[in-house]
Design a protein around this ligand. Structure first.
Ligand code: ADP
Ligand code: MG
Length: 924
């Protein structure tokens, strides 16, 4: 496969770039895994790539060169070389793929002179690398970049028989328009991110990644480098676990200092092993690891799990980088370093490749843990709670394999129904969100994120900035991706025990069956305070219960059968409730009054559940210090057993929230045809001209108004004046009551310093307000005279860019007390229509906008639209990194909103580079 950037009519025209950027934002350089497991690095082309590009062209076969250049090309002319490597990264852009220091593929686009916003696109993939999905990767990369660079369409020319490239275009999910002329196709397609494109991107990524990590879970052969006879050492324990776990394949201990480990002859080096090795565990001291991994690369090992510590966690990033370099260029994958190992309980392989003492039961829960010790503890508890494990990976420093990679494996893993993540830090949160959101649709993902890390604790130069210094980014990320976030390990197990054994409830109505009043009341309280409902049963249903329960029993819900209830009552009442249409979940509470008869009741509960139609989510609470009875946890269908009603209620509430997420549409990112993006961009570029300040600059009020106006965001009429006369004259012109605000580079919050006069009418009043407002600070530059917006609720709309999570958008009750009240909702950009609606509904102040207690209602639709327009602005103008619209005055329904105070902070993006605002797949 290869192809052609067209006959490239402008190849001799040098690119117009004065200063080629020295570097580019790190996010545009990423490693990708090919279908065959090899890793490549994808990055923008830079001028110093010229010699490598020349070598690459020279290496092309006649056919590849012909398809690319429409002639047999052996070398590029100096001007061609320059045109291909010195780009402006907006109108002309190229990505290269590097393997082992060589360029092995190039994808480029070039905006057409006669058709602005349309670019010709071309790909060339080296002969030894075709059929690996590289063309697809480059295509996704280029389209993602083109979108941010205002290129709306791509055009490609290819020979009619270039089926491979045509297939790349078609399978990528783009809407293609084709034309053929004298054997050459012209293919046109929009660069827009559509659902079809996203799906194709995701599918390509999943397939390649899942295949590349497969050798960790289903190796044909395993080596343990550093295997030891000392059963207490890590190398000894790991070896013992592999053997005692009955791994279905050969294990080769590697140790130059001993001839046998566990009666198996050792080899001095992995290179001496006479058969191919799929997976190698490395348990040698840190200083030997790099050499050992080099040997693994030479041996052709597919996967290495590095248990040894002493790398980036101790500051030794150098060796860790070297390890990564070795595995990437050899096409290996690496788990660790500094990890506890991994295991796969699938009986087909029985791989216990961790060094802890626990042998977890086989089950349907997969887990990735960033902490090794905690991973151990979790396996231990899982056993106790009857949670079975499918696969477990301690990812350690996650230098290569990350939770994201594992998610892509588990997505299609038939042995896994529920995914647990213990997360300490995110490598690429945006990628995580995209992957998790898709997988969460079919398998619940439960995550405990430790450390309430600040999303970006920064000087509070805006309301939004200071509000975002909580844990909001992670919460927003998990919320939007449907990840079930738990705050404690206890909750982690409780929710897992529920979802691993029962389907998520269909709704929030809960029926409770009990033999004791007190715990049932506690359960009701806990359920209701978690947002669940315990509805009173209808007369009909109550009558059914009365038929067989004693007259003392309560039957309205909870159904309290009182202490005398025996197995028969439990079985009949539970059967009744499990088939009742008035609830979605059923909790059976049982407190054994004495050990007498408790087994029979437990069996009755089990039988009633097993005989039911399983339309309900079923939980039990068994309150007894001796723990759950054999009847509950033994063989047969599984259901969770909780020791306390509150824990059951919390777990159920999490499961219901997951159901609600499953049922809620994702919505769409809305495009507004009336937006004048170029006008806004021009304003920002002029304002930024010459600025090199990393902290950026706050736009002048006139620029703020122009940018907001270009995005259809309404601001009241205003002018900046420098004398009382001017102020009075402008106020007369407006003919309304006015507001005067000091303009000063230092007064962040003008009302704090007395720099505001509201609702001012009449010449004299305006003049005296001018004097007092202007005099409020020492560095006043003038006074903003603005139309007074008399009525309306005040809300805040803002954006702040988190270094890892990207732009966060905030909505809340506005005004000067916003930090104090903290009634805000965060979402990660980009907002969909549904996200904008739900974030407005989520804050407590939403009730005010509905017209709470006689207060006038607000124009909620206009608020939602403003949020979406803001999101469009954030997407188009990467220079904006902090923004505060506070307050936005919300008029009556139909009257719209008006932004009476706005601050926008911008900074130059690196060189002419455009930061990626939305994530794109990095794996094929
Ligand atoms: P700052 O946030 O710097 O203190 P603002 O411009 O937000 O200054 O003004 C402070 C408060 O004054 C606002 O929260 C709002 O209640 C009120 N206010 C400001 N401008 C107007 C206006 N044009 N119409 C009505 N009220 C206004
Ligand atoms: Mg304000």
């Amino acid at each position: 496969m290869s192809d052609h950037e067209g006959p490239m009519p402008h190849t001799d025209v040098p690119n117009t770039v004065a200063d080629p950027p020295a570097g580019y934002p790190a996010e545009w350089e990423e490693d990708a895994v090919l279908r065959d497991g090899r890793s490549i690095r994808v990055r923008p082309i830079v001028p110093s790539d010229a010699p490598a590009l020349q070598d690459f062209v020279a290496s092309l076969s006649t056919e590849s060169a012909y398809k690319r250049f429409f002639s047999v090309k052996r070398a590029l002319t100096p001007s061609e070389l320059e045109a291909f490597t010195v780009l402006d990264y907006r109108h002309r852009m190229a990505f290269v793929c590097i393997h082992d220091g060589d360029i092995i593929a190039v994808g480029r686009y070039r905006e057409l002179e006669d058709a602005p916003a349309i670019a010709e696109v071309a790909f060339t993939v080296g002969d030894g690398y075709q059929g690996n999905g590289i063309g697809t990767l480059l295509l996704f990369r280029l389209t993602a970049y083109a979108r941010t660079a205002s290129i709306s369409g791509f055009r490609a020319h290819l020979f009619a028989d270039n089926h491979a490239m045509m297939r790349v275009f078609r399978n990528a999910g783009f809407q293609l328009a084709r034309e053929i002329e004298s054997g050459v196709y012209t293919v046109d397609f929009p660069t827009t991110a559509s659902a079809a494109v996203a799906e194709a991107e995701g599918e390509a990524e999943r397939r390649a990644t899942a295949a590349s990590v497969m050798p960790f879970f289903y190796p044909q052969s395993v080596a343990v480098i550093g295997a030891s006879r000392d059963a207490s050492s890590i190398g000894g324990r790991l070896m013992n676990n592999l053997i005692n776990g009955d791994y279905h394949g050969p294990v080769f201990p590697v140790n130059p200092r001993t001839a046998y480990v566990r009666s198996i002859p050792t080899h001095a080096s992995v290179l001496d092993i006479p058969v191919p090795i799929d997976l190698a565990f490395v348990v040698v001291p840190a200083r030997f690891v790099v050499d050992v991994v080099r040997d693994c690369a030479a041996k052709g090992v597919k996967a290495v799990c590095i248990i040894s510590a002493g790398f980036s966690e101790t500051g030794n990033t150098e060796d860790e980088d070297e390890l990564l370099r070795i595995v990437r260029s050899a096409g290996m994958r690496m788990v660790g370093p500094n990890c506890m190992g991994l295991l796969n309980t699938d009986p087909a392989v029985s791989l216990d490749g961790q060094f802890g003492p626990i042998v977890p039961a086989h089950g349907n829960v997969a887990m990735s843990s960033q902490s090794g010790a905690l991973g151990l503890a979790i396996l231990d508890y899982a056993n106790q709670l009857g949670i079975g494990i499918s696969t477990f990976v301690s990812i350690g420093n996650k230098a290569d394999v990350s939770a994201n990679d594992l998610l892509l494996f588990w997505e299609d893993d038939p042995n896994t129904d529920v995914i647990l993540l213990y997360v300490e830090s995110f490598g690429n949160p945006r990628r995580f969100a995209r992957i998790a959101r898709r997988i969460g649709k079919s398998k619940p993902i439960i995550a405990v994120k430790s450390g309430r890390t600040a999303a970006g604790a920064r000087a509070a130069s805006s309301h939004t900035g200071s509000l975002a210094s909580l844990d909001v980014a992670v919460d927003a990320l998990f919320d939007q991706a449907g990840v079930i976030r738990v705050g404690t390990l206890e909750d982690l197990f409780d929710v897992t025990a529920l979802l691993a054994n029962q389907k998520p409830p269909e709704g929030n109505r809960v029926g409770i069956l009990t033999n004791a009043g007190g715990p049932a009341i506690l359960a009701v309280d806990a359920l209701e305070s978690n947002g669940l409902e315990v509805p009173t049963f209808s007369e009909d249903v109550q009558a059914q219960f009365r038929e067989f329960l004693s007259a003392d029993a309560a039957v309205s819900n909870p159904v309290d059968m009182i202490a005398a209830a025996g197995p028969d009552e439990y079985r009949r009442a539970l059967s009744e409730m499990l088939s009742c249409k008035e609830v979605d979940s059923v909790i059976a509470l049982y407190i054994p009054a004495s050990s007498e008869g408790s087994q029979e009741v437990a069996s009755a509960i089990r039988t009633a559940f097993e005989e039911s139609d399983h339309s309900k989510t079923f939980l039990t609470v068994y309150m007894n210090s001796a723990g759950a009875p054999e009847e509950f946890t033994g063989r047969g269908e599984r259901f969770p057993v909780f020791a306390f009603p509150e824990r059951a209620a919390r777990a159920l509430a999490k499961a219901v929230a997951y159901t609600e997420w499953l049922g809620s549409p994702e919505g769409e990112v809305v495009a507004f045809p009336d937006i004048d993006r170029e006008a806004a961009r021009a304003r920002v570029e002029i304002a930024l001209a010459g600025s090199t300040d990393d902290d950026g600059i706050w736009l002048e009020p006139a620029d703020v108004d122009a940018v907001l106006g270009a995005y259809g965001l309404a601001v009241p009429r205003s002018a900046i004046v420098t004398s009382a006369d001017e102020a009075a004259a402008f106020a007369r012109d407006l003919g309304t009551s006015v507001v005067l605000k000091v303009v000063s580079p230092t007064a962040v919050h003008k009302s704090d310093v007395g720099g505001i006069a509201l609702d001012v009418k009449g010449d004299d009043a305006v003049r005296s307000a001018y004097a007092s407002v202007f005099g409020a600070v020492d560095d006043a530059q003038g006074v903003l005279v603005q139309e007074f917006v008399s009525d309306g609720h005040e809300v805040l709309i803002g954006m702040v860019e988190d270094p890892n999570f990207g732009p966060l958008i905030v909505f809340g009750l506005g005004g000067v007390f916003v930090e104090l009240i903290g009634d805000v909702a965060f979402r990660i950009h980009p907002l969909t229509d549904v996200a904008a609606q739900t974030m407005v509904r989520e804050v407590k102040a939403a009730k005010l906008l509905d017209g709470y207690r006689g207060a006038p209602p607000g124009d909620v639709d206009a608020v939602v639209e403003s949020l979406l327009r803001l999101s469009a602005m954030v997407e188009d103008l990467p220079e904006i990194f902090e923004l505060d619209l506070n307050p936005v005055k919300v008029g009556l329904p139909g009257d719209g909103v008006r932004i009476v105070d706005a601050r926008i902070r911008v900074r130059n993006v690196v060189g002419s580079w455009i930061p990626a605002r939305t994530d794109m797949p990095s794996k094929l």
